[in-house]
Design a protein. Structure first.
Length: 564
């Protein structure tokens, strides 16, 4: 006979059911957005193409050979490879479209799984309403909403960081060794995706040490050392060990470390791959054109900020702080900054007594300090760098909205005395404010991904039917090269043309609206024409070649010797 349910069991069961309902509703609300962005994507991002190349190389080379060729950590590429197996099995081919779908499905799955740790982070810091609102808001903010469907490593990284923070909160609240192990494992997986993942372990150990200084939170020193060691050893054993397969830690981790101290890191990469390896282009991970007022800057899309570093330390610090503040504000779509600050200010006294809050606060402090120091040394901050800060700030936006609703109702004399009726009114008011915030975000969030690259996509599809295995495609934007299928031939043995057949080079020219950039591309185009190149494609195809945005020329490979 089953034991009768105790009041505590009933409360736990009721809480579990509420959480399950909230998560199911979150999935239902986010699903249309993910389907829309997945279906309206024009092209894969340039970074996504790089990760697809990275993933496929695991099928041709050994672990150490692949790692030695790439700066980035392998976690996301391995996830793309795993997702691509069933996708390729269903479609029966390894092509640009199937691998793009695999990369985006990897991010989409991570976006849905992210709902769980984000909801519980907000619930543990505030309550279920805030957890629900913060998790939903982050999915619908324009920048994070797009990145979560864009086939880039941040999707998986955000899931693993949020999971690590959730486990870290359980560590400081319950001191469980099992939670320490789970936290160490999730931190290791985050580190395998991006080097910044290790910050969660550092923040957790610092908070555990700080708790030892506070009598009310203190544990035995033996317990402290065992907990810290469990977390650290698992992180090192899983995370670092797997990235030392090539005889050294990933270059990106080392480069980040050196840049913190203003030192540029350079390493000559030895050729250690097998006979089938061919040099493959590795597109730049970040591109940006927004200046902060200094000389030499040009304005462009606010997905990153670059600035000419001042020679004066105080001015460079101001430039870096401003760049970082702008990108965080941009991540919250600017209007979210006010409720986020209000939510932090009005709840800080209560949160300050919770070790869980200090895990998140210390992590954000470490991450912010790292970004600030990098901006000081390289003059660059990307919106992707600040996504974890925006993720941690989203619950505070939701909390601020509820606080504003409570304040307004109290001001007009409708706040009540805190009973069920008053809570319903506060929730209704917050729902109205939350809906208004989402309405402000939606026009940009629903924009198709990379819609301005339709010409490069069309050029790639046109080349797919023209290019032979012995031909080549020159494309500084990568997209046409990718959709022509050339990425999937890079690591295969070179194919010799039949006797009498001349190998060709197809040169893709993407004309820019920026006069300075376009001047350089015009020189490349003039060289292609002077070398005997013939125009075989232009886009839009209903206009003249002179007015086209994308033009493709073909010429004998032996005639192409362009050097910028």
């Amino acid at each position: 006979m089953a034991e009768p349910e105790t009041p505590q069991d009933a409360v736990a069961t009721a809480g579990w059911k509420k959480d399950a309902v909230a998560l199911a509703l979150l999935i239902a609300l986010v699903l249309p957005l993910r389907i829309w962005l997945l279906g309206s994507t024009e092209v894969a991002s340039r970074d996504s193409i790089g990760y697809i190349r990275y993933a496929l190389q695991f099928e041709y080379f050994t672990w150490d050979q692949v790692l030695y060729r790439h700066d980035q950590h392998p976690g996301y590429s391995l996830a793309v490879l795993a997702v691509s197996w069933p996708v390729r099995w269903v479609t029966g081919e390894t092509a640009a479209e199937t691998m793009q779908l695999a990369a985006q499905l990897t991010g989409t799955l991570a976006a849905f799984l992210l709902l769980y740790p984000m909801y519980h982070l907000g619930r543990l810091l505030f309550n279920r309403r805030v957890g629900f609102g913060g998790a939903l808001l982050y999915q619908y903010l324009p920048i994070s909403g797009h990145h979560l469907s864009d086939g880039i490593s941040e999707t998986l990284f955000l899931l693993l960081v949020a999971t690590s923070l959730l486990q870290a909160i359980h560590v400081v609240q319950g001191r469980s060794l099992v939670r320490c192990g789970l936290c160490g494992l999730s931190v290791a997986l985050a580190y395998l995706t991006r080097p910044e993942g290790a910050f969660v372990a550092l923040a957790t150990v610092l908070v555990l040490f700080g708790m030892q200084m506070w009598p009310a939170w203190r544990m035995t020193w033996r317990r402290f050392f065992v907990s810290a060691a469990t977390l650290t050893v698992l992180t090192m054993a899983v995370g670092v060990d797997l990235t030392v397969g090539s005889g050294r830690i990933q270059k990106e981790s080392v480069r980040v470390f050196f840049r913190l101290f203003g030192i540029e890191f350079h390493q000559q990469t030895a050729e250690r791959a097998g006979p089938r390896e061919r040099a493959a282009p590795n597109p730049a991970i970040h591109t940006s054109r927004l200046a902060l007022g200094g000389a030499g800057g040009r304005r462009g899309p606010l997905f990153a900020i670059t600035f000419k570093k001042s020679d004066h330390l105080d001015q460079r610090a101001a430039q870096s702080a401003r760049a970082l503040a702008i990108e965080v504000s941009n991540g919250l779509h600017y209007v979210g900054i006010v409720p986020a600050l209000l939510g932090l200010m009005w709840s800080f006294r209560r949160l300050g007594t919770m070790p869980a809050f200090w895990v998140v606060a210390v992590y954000c402090t470490i991450h912010t300090a790292t970004l600030f120091m990098l901006a000081m040394t390289v003059g660059y901050v990307s919106d992707r760098h600040t996504m974890t800060l925006v993720m941690c700030g989203s619950p505070f936006v939701a909390a601020g909205i509820f606080d504003v609703s409570q304040w307004v109702l109290t001001l007009i004399g409708r706040g009540g005395a805190g009973g069920p009726s008053s809570n319903r009114m506060v929730t209704a008011g917050a729902a109205v404010l939350f809906a208004a915030l989402l309405a402000v975000c939606l026009p940009k969030t629903l924009l198709p991904l990379h819609a301005d690259r339709a010409g490069n996509h069309a050029a790639g599809l046109s080349l797919k039917g023209r290019v032979h295995d012995w031909d080549d495609v020159v494309d500084d934007h990568t997209w046409s090269h990718f959709y022509a299928g050339m990425v999937f031939k890079e690591d295969k043995p070179p194919v010799q043309p039949p006797p009498g057949v001349v190998p060709l080079t197809y040169v893709v020219i993407t004309r820019s609206r920026d006069a300075e950039i376009n001047a350089d591309r015009r020189k490349m185009e003039e060289y292609a024409v002077s070398a005997g190149g013939l125009e075989v494609f232009h886009w839009p195809d209903d206009g003249s070649v002179e007015a086209a945005r994308v033009v493709v020329y073909v010429l004998p490979r032996a005639s192409w010797n362009w050097k910028p």
